[in-house]
Design a protein around this ligand. Structure first.
Ligand code: MG
Length: 153
């Protein structure tokens, strides 16, 4: 068994799309990023890479490479899956930190999108959301962050 952990944070700015866990969330702000800025998928990729000690997302998909400009992070997740194909995903647990909007209505859609991309049962993929009680840059609505833990067999 191998365990992996991932973390990502992105700045939020007005007028950009907000993609989280492969789902577009209706909001006035979105992520400033080279890719589509999906912090959930980025944290998940880092957790998967970490589990097999294969470096991090920046090593495999550099944020200055033209081929990854505005890329759908789900494509990066697919490429990451190729790097861990000797293992079976046992389960995944993700926490998203975002002040607004409330993510409850989108959680099951994220779980469905992620489990489809990973080729696992939805019951293996947990997605949780929390605010930071108004504290710090996330609390001020300036950023969104995610952590992911994955267990591989
Ligand atoms: Mg990122």
């Amino acid at each position: 068994m191998r365990i992996g952990h991932g973390y990502d944070i992105h700045r939020l700015a007005e007028g950009l799309p907000l993609r989280l866990g492969g789902v577009t969330i209706p909001h006035s702000k979105g992520c400033v990023a080279h890719s589509d800025g999906d912090v959930v998928v980025h944290a998940l990729c880092d957790a998967l890479l970490g589990a097999v000690a294969a470096g991090d997302i920046g090593l495999h998909f550099p944020d200055n490479a033209p081929e990854f400009k505005s890329i759908d992070s789900m494509v990066l997740l697919g490429k990451t899956m190729n790097l861990i194909k000797d293992y079976i995903i046992s389960n995944i647990d993700i926490t998203i930190e975002l002040e607004v909007p409330k993510l409850r209505p989108y959680i099951d859609q994220m779980r469905a999108e992620l489990s489809k991309a990973l080729g696992v049962e939805t019951s293996m993929v947990s997605v949780k959301a929390t605010t930071t009680e108004g504290l710090g840059p996330i609390g001020r609505g300036e950023a969104v962050a995610a952590t992911a833990v994955v267990l591989l067999n």
